[in-house]
Design a protein around this ligand. Structure first.
Ligand SMILES: C[S@@+](CC[C@H](N)C(=O)[O-])C[C@H]1O[C@@H](n2cnc3c(N)ncnc32)[C@H](O)[C@@H]1O
Length: 210
């Protein structure tokens, strides 16, 4: 990676993400899923810290993982205000550094699009959840309309280079179900005021069978 690309990834992308992912339409989806987390909570892709204000009083401890040092700085700044026992680590979801069945709730928002290997990441999320525990997710992905999909496929190669590895064509609920989770209440729609190629969102709760 050249110097400019390194600077872009390390400094510009975390700031862009914090800005873009703070949009009201996206906050509306966070509000639907994040408050359902309880007990020992693990958040994958916790960089930026934008979910933290949506957690409720039922959170007993908060662990998180993200490969972005800058993103983790933002998350640590936010976490200091909550008074939870906090364990935020730098690393990738393909190898989560926590033991099996440690968490009551796992939260993953707008992160499956960016990981290198979504199937491996979901296997890791399944592993660290207690049986009966819930994966709470909100993600963007592959649109249902053929015309939008064609544009997603065309734009994705450039998009992912500029946007921290973000893919436009992953189907979140299908990937989650393929990983063995039981989909519970979920929703999907195009986000308002968002280009359709990046605006198809899927969210909800998926349970690790108990
Ligand atoms: C679009 S941002 C979303 C951040 C946050 N989850 C939110 O909802 O605002 C994508 C996040 O995924 C993180 N990420 C990228 N690759 C990852 C991986 N392999 N494992 C875990 N997180 C990853 C990025 O560092 C970034 O913080």
């Amino acid at each position: 990676m050249g110097l400019i690309a390194e600077w872009w990834e390390a400094h510009a992308v975390p700031r862009l993400i914090r800005c873009a992912c703070g949009a009201p339409a996206i906050s509306g989806l966070r509000e639907k899923v994040v408050p359902l987390a309880h007990g020992a909570v693990f958040e994958l892709g916790c960089g930026g810290g934008l979910n933290q204000r949506f957690y409720g009083a039922d959170v007993a401890s908060y662990a998180g993982l993200d490969p972005s040092a800058k993103g983790l700085d933002f998350a640590r700044g936010e976490a200091a205000a909550h008074g939870w026992p906090v364990d935020l680590r730098e690393g990738a979801g393909e190898a989560v550094p926590f033991a099996d069945a440690m968490f009551d709730s796992v939260v993953c928002t707008f992160t499956l699009c960016s990981v290198a290997d979504p199937a491996q990441v979901l296997a890791e999320l399944y592993r660290v959840l207690k049986p009966g525990g819930a994966l709470l997710f909100a993600e963007h992905g592959l649109a249902p309309d053929a015309g939008v999909r064609r544009w997603q496929q065309r734009v994705e190669p450039v998009w992912k280079r500029l946007a921290g590895g973000c893919h436009l064509t992953r189907p979140p609920r299908a990937l989650i179900a393929e990983a063995g989770f039981a989909l519970g209440e979920t929703g999907a729609r195009y986000l308002p005021k968002t280009p359709r190629i990046a605006g198809w969102a899927e969210w909800g709760l998926a349970q690790k069978p108990g």
